[in-house]
Design a protein around this ligand. Structure first.
Ligand SMILES: Nc1ncnc2c1ncn2[C@@H]1O[C@H](COP(=O)(O)OP(=O)(O)OP(=O)(O)O)[C@@H](O)[C@H]1O
Ligand SMILES: [Mg+2]
Length: 149
């Protein structure tokens, strides 16, 4: 019998993020994509919803430019493959206006993809319920790191 290595996946993926609902891993052999693993959190189906929102937006210009593209979903939504985004630099100028269907404007939910700001956490049903319109709103950005506890 072959012995299993102690940490079998460390050479395949590295954890780069964690939220209330998902753990996020970057892939060692493909730096363009991340895997988002749904946890048993207070609300299920975040991966499923994110994939559904992407599917509704991917051919729609103003919509798709604000979202990190999703590629595949497996295991009833437990595993989502999404484009990897980069953390904006400290001196990044956050836009004053964003589409009105973007919900949680926590800075940690956004990143840069080819130099463009996109959301990487949009797994809620509001965009679909509200409709992906062209309307913009004033952005109320907030920073998780600066939250008073
Ligand atoms: N596509 C991505 N590329 C790079 N990093 C990502 C990506 N998606 C998520 N992350 C990182 O992982 C963290 C957690 O992911 P995400 O916000 O999607 O999980 P969540 O459980 O829905 O979070 P929350 O607690 O904010 O609701 C993000 O704050 C971000 O730092
Ligand atoms: Mg988040």
């Amino acid at each position: 019998m072959t012995k299993r290595p102690k940490k079998p996946l460390e050479d395949v993926w590295t954890q780069i993020g964690q939220g209330l609902y998902r753990k996020v891993f970057s892939l060692q052999n493909n730096p363009d994509w991340v895997v988002k693993l749904e946890l048993d959190g207070p609300t299920p189906h975040n991966n499923m919803m994110e994939f559904a929102v992407w599917t509704a937006c991917e051919f729609y210009d103003p919509g798709k430019h604000w979202l990190a593209p999703c590629r595949e979903i497996y295991n009833e939504g437990r595993i989502l493959v999404q484009r990897k985004v980069e953390t904006p630099p400290d001196d990044f100028e956050w836009p004053e206006r964003v589409p009105n269907w973007l919900t949680d404007l926590k800075k940690q939910n956004f990143g840069l993809l080819d130099g463009r700001l996109v959301s990487c956490d949009y797994g809620c049903d509001l965009p679909l319920a509200k409709g992906i319109s062209k309307r913009m709103k004033k952005a109320e950005w907030w920073d998780e790191r600066k939250r008073v506890k």
